[in-house]
Design a protein around this ligand. Structure first.
Ligand SMILES: COc1ccc([C@@H]2N[C@@H](C)[C@@H](O)[C@H]2O)cc1
Length: 448
């Protein structure tokens, strides 16, 4: 292996209680909220169909002009308790909040910046209100933090001169100060999800990313840090130059998921995916007709898909400038929450089952049970299940308790019957299994 000073500082999954809680949570929500919610994708009468939180970039708005949006920041409908109830009803176990996105506007009254809620008509500490409200509902809070900061004169995309070096060193100190401020003002925070770390300036300062991870872990024992923060001695990101995952979980699955057959390598480490409802929009965009908007069923399938491969899923919400949510997002939270109410046991605390993927849906696993989550019921009315060598199915029950017949059809192959009355939407069959059964079977392999 290549000797590294700033590579992975641990091999394999973390096994401590804090990481177990991160993993068992499984379902989270993202909140992307900042000045970008005010223009909502439109600038000087022109609608931009790129990500609304990137409007400053698309419309080439100078930082001082963009930050004047602060004068309009006064979300009169904002009520952290209402947000927290919506999250609880959706069944999310954690919420990731944009403390500061690329624009540099801080949802907390940072003393290291003039671009914070304290300098707006709203004045109050939005982040503090949200942390308390979510925690009061038993929901963990994670912080999204963008290292790239378009408001800061010392940010550099690359380091090409001594001046760049000096300015960027000041910028990294500013960033350290903000991170320490977040960790000390909000000590119940459970995770930092770094973004805006792809530029050459960061890749040339891999040491700092290792230092930032360690600094937060010293301040908040147990806190989790995403791989996207990290660059090693040679600028390699997420996985170091020896191929080892840096940080505590992989955070590369943004608006995409690993293939359930070809990408089974992801089951070897912890990972968390995040997704949007319209294709590109994380921040509030006033016109969702510009791209396809996923249905609750399509969101649900992505949640189950992630958990079936040992990952977490974070579903994004982009609140309006007034502090309320758009109708589509309220309906999404309701629909997902209803399903999680009935079938959440196949998500929370569950992991990859290690069984071959079948066309009817996904497996998850917890303790001695394997769950079948059926999205595509077959005309045959039989759900084909192939178990690993030595594993037998003892019993199959629909989560309402009714048993369904299980017929062994070949070695380690079964037909699990669809329930007589197929439920309206995706449903769950719970399998009781016995492992390491060594039984001589009546089957002969074909000689070919
Ligand atoms: C240049 O491509 C992107 C796309 C999205 C992002 C940010 N990551 C997501 C989690 C959102 O915060 C989005 O703004 C950054 C760069």
């Amino acid at each position: 292996e290549i000797p590294l000073k700033y590579g992975a500082n641990r091999l394999g999954k973390r096994s401590d209680a804090a990481m177990k809680k991160f993993r068992d949570n499984r379902l989270g929500a993202f909140i992307h909220w900042g000045l970008y919610a005010i223009p909502g994708g439109e600038w000087n009468g022109k609608m931009y169909n790129g990500a609304a939180e990137w409007l400053k970039s698309w419309a080439k708005v100078p930082a001082d002009e963009w930050l004047r949006l602060m004068d309009q920041w006064n979300p009169e409908k904002f009520n952290a308790k209402v947000w927290a109830k919506m999250a609880r009803k959706m069944g999310v176990k954690y919420v990731k909040i944009t403390t500061k996105h690329h624009e540099g506007f801080c949802l907390w009254p940072s003393k290291y910046s003039n671009y914070t809620v304290a300098q707006t008509p709203y004045k109050k500490d939005i982040l503090g209100e949200l942390v308390k409200a979510y925690n009061d509902e038993g929901i963990d809070v994670h912080f999204y933090f963008s290292v790239m900061d378009w408001s800061h004169p010392d940010y550099r995309y690359d380091i090409k001169s001594k001046d760049d070096e000096v300015a960027f060193a000041r910028f990294l100190e500013f960033t350290d100060n903000q991170l320490k401020e977040l960790a000390t003002r909000y000590p119940t925070v459970k995770d930092f999800w770094f973004d805006g770390t792809w530029d050459a300036s960061i890749k040339k300062n891999g040491w700092w990313t290792a230092h930032a991870e360690q600094m937060l872990k010293d301040l908040l024992p147990g806190v989790t840090i995403n791989s996207r923060l990290r660059a090693d001695d040679y600028g390699k990101r997420h996985f170091d130059s020896n191929g080892h995952l840096m940080g505590d979980y992989e955070s590369g699955y943004e608006r995409r998921l690993p293939d359930p057959v070809k990408d089974l390598k992801v089951t070897r480490w912890d990972w968390e995916a995040c997704m949007t409802l319209p294709e590109n929009q994380w921040g509030y965009h006033k016109d969702w007709s510009l791209s396809y908007v996923k249905t609750p069923l399509e969101v649900l399938e992505r949640i189950v898909h992630a958990v079936s491969m040992g990952g977490n899923m974070v579903v994004n919400f982009g609140p309006q400038a007034d502090g309320d949510f758009r109708r589509e997002e309220k309906e999404m939270a309701d629909a997902i929450g209803k399903w999680m109410q009935q079938y959440g046991e196949c998500i929370y605390g569950c992991d990859y089952a290690g069984w071959d993927k079948q066309p009817w849906g996904y497996y998850t696993h917890k303790g001695k049970e394997v769950y079948m989550i059926v999205f595509n019921p077959p005309y045959s009315k039989h759900l084909v299940v192939k178990t690993p060598k030595g594993t037998k199915i003892l019993k199959a029950t629909v989560t309402n308790g009714k048993e369904v017949a299980v017929t062994e059809t070949a070695r380690n192959e079964y037909n699990v019957d669809m329930p007589a009355k197929a439920p309206e939407g995706p449903f769950v069959i719970k399998l009781q299994i016995e492992e390491n059964v060594s039984s001589a079977d009546k089957y002969r392999d074909a000689l070919t």
